[in-house]
Ligand binder design. Structure first.
Ligand code: FES
Ligand code: FES
Length: 180
């Protein structure tokens, strides 16, 4: 089947088999290897991307389901050479060890912050419960997400401008979309 998908701000048209998973399309056809496969059984969240602004586990979505959609991967977050505030917060709070879960954690965190711009620790843990860290670095991940919330809060500095658009609740994903 022929699909056209906008991934990280670029439109791609490709022939895919109906059974091709979105994660395999991203990695093997488009070379977006920043999206990783941890389990292939929709348990770990390592493959999380945004599909039309909502986080999804890309191993649980068929590529054909993304036809006509906008997909954002971890590779589409940086803008003008500057990391997304959530990426910066993960870096600054040492929220990664081996880094394998990090792309999915960051994509899920952005979606979480779009829904709840100032989550408490419990809300962060609940929002990330579908993402597993085999290094068990959860403490710093929670710290990073809460730090990112501060960095993205109104008046917090230049990054905040990125989330001050018309639709603030979905703005981080819109920013992540790159082409909007
Ligand atoms: S690889 Fe998709 S949830 Fe684990
Ligand atoms: S940092 Fe290694 S799996 Fe999370």
């Amino acid at each position: 089947m022929r699909i056209t998908v906008n991934v990280d701000g670029t439109s791609y048209t490709d022939e895919v088999e109906p059974r091709t998973l979105l994660v395999h399309y991203l990695r093997e056809t488009l070379g977006k290897v920043g999206t990783v496969i941890g389990c292939d059984t929709s348990n770990c969240g390592a493959c999380t991307v945004h599909l039309n602004g909502q986080s999804v586990k890309s191993c649980s979505v068929l590529a054909v389901q993304a036809d006509g959609a906008e997909v954002t991967t971890i590779e589409g977050l940086a803008r003008d050479g500057k990391l997304h505030p959530v990426q910066e917060a993960f870096h600054d709070n040492h929220a990664l060890q081996c880094g394998f879960c990090t792309p999915g954690m960051i994509m899920q965190s952005i979606d979480l912050l779009a829904d709840n711009p100032n989550p408490d620790e419990h809300a962060v843990r609940e929002g990330l419960e579908g993402n597993l860290c085999r290094c068990t670095g959860y403490q710093n991940i929670v710290r990073a997400v809460r730090d990112a919330a501060q960095r993205m809060s109104p008046g917090a500095g230049p990054e905040a401008e990125r989330v001050s658009g018309d639709d603030v609740s979905r703005a981080p994903s819109a920013f992540a979309g790159g082409g909007e």
